[in-house]
Design a protein. Sequence first.
Length: 180
Amino acid sequence: MSGNTEEQMDRRIFVAASVGLMAAKIQDAAGAERPSWRSQLLGSWSLVDAFTIAGDDIRPWSGRHTPITGIIIYLDNGWMSAQISGEKPSMSSRGDFEKMTAGDRAKWFDEYYAYYGKFEVDEDARVITHRVADSLLPYEKGIVYKRKFELEKGVLTLLTEPRGNNGQTTFNRLIWKKAI
C-alpha cells in the first residue's frame, strides 16, 4: 500500500510540475505576443505631419512651409537618422541653384533639417532618447533629445520636451507612418 501512495504522490508532483511548466510557457507566449517598443520602432518612418504647438496656437513645424516631408530611421545597432524638409521652390537643374543669390540659398536651406546619432528607448516611460552625433545645425552636436512617443497601428507620434517661450509652453508634435 505504501508503494501505491508513493506512486500517487509522484503522479501528483508530476501533474503539478507539468501544470506549472505549461503555465510558464503560456505566460512566455503571452509576453512574446507584444514585442518591445524598441523592436517596434526599428525601420523607416515617413513624416505624415509636423506641428509646433505654442499655447493654443498650432502652426507648421518650426516655421517650415507646407507640405513638410521627412524620414526617420531607427536601426537595430542603435543608430538613427532624421531628415525633415519644408516645401522649397522647385529647380530643374543645378544651374538654377547656382544662379540663386546667397540670401535665396539661405532661405532654401532653412527649409531643411537633419541629424543622426545613437538612440535608446525607455520601455516603461515610452521615451526615445536621441544622442546627436552630428547635425546640420552645428550647435546640436553632442546634444541629447528626449521624445515621448505614442505608437499605434503603424503610426508613431513623437513629442518634443516642452519649453517656455514668451510665457507660453511650446512643443513639437511629429507624426510618422511606418514605411513599407
